[in-house]
Design a protein around this ligand. Structure first.
Ligand SMILES: [Zn+2]
Length: 221
């Protein structure tokens, strides 16, 4: 399958994944991106049936309200944990590390129609836990072609990196990370899925990423 990447501002990605009932949009990038995303879907000749969010940061949910308004029938899915951020609830749970939340968590009008838990399926996509960057980040694995849509668990701009450590060549995802030890454990868990392809929130899609993920995990440890 082809990975359909929509790039905004040169550094933020959304993806369109083909399903039998239309397209799944993974993340919405920054604000004012709805038109570009809808045009990309038109170019693929299919409607967007659902929006799947990896996490609640502003550069991933930035065009959620505009897209939800343009796509009234679309399913809107995000983890139950990160869904709370969308309402402005930035409390941490007693069992969670009490580290400071980093990065922007905007309040949005749109409410998810479905909240996700690890182990769920969303269309063809498997939902995998990917906490650390945010408390409730998830990654989506497409078992049809081995593509791992990893959100900000890894970035590939300036080289494959985890968010367990700030990458000096592209510091943004690392600086916006909530709890680095958890982010490192997530990077290891996602590596163990042995993805054929890494499709991150920031940076190009990387084919056969295993060795580069191993090096990134070693640097992040
Ligand atoms: Zn993020």
């Amino acid at each position: 399958m082809t990975v359909n990447r929509i790039r905004r501002l040169g550094l933020v990605n959304a993806f369109l994944v083909a399903e039998d009932d239309g397209l799944t949009l993974i993340d919405t990038t920054v604000g004012r991106s709805a038109r570009a995303i809808l045009d990309a879907a038109s170019g693929l000749g299919a409607p967007i049936a659902r929006i799947a969010l990896t996490h609640a940061h502003g550069d991933h949910v930035g065009s959620l309200d505009a897209l939800a308004a343009a796509l009234p029938g679309a399913e809107i899915a995000i983890s139950a944990r990160d869904a709370r951020f969308l309402t402005g609830d930035k409390t941490l749970d007693p069992g969670e590390p009490q580290d400071k939340l980093r990065g922007g968590y905007p309040v949005v009008r749109t409410r998810p129609t479905r909240t996700l838990a690890p182990g769920d399926r969303l269309g063809s996509l498997e939902v995998h836990a990917a906490p650390g960057h945010t408390p409730g980040q998830v990654a989506f694995l497409d078992p049809r072609d081995g593509t791992l849509y990893c959100g900000d668990a890894f970035s590939t701009l300036g080289g494959v990196a985890t968010t367990a450590r700030v990458n000096p060549r592209f510091p943004l995802p690392g600086l916006a990370t909530w709890h680095r030890p958890t982010a490192l454990a997530t990077a290891q868990a996602l590596r163990a899925l042995d993805p054929a392809r890494l499709a991150p929130g920031h940076g190009p899609v990387v084919e056969q990423p295993g060795a580069a993920m191993d090096r990134a995990i070693a640097r992040g440890a």
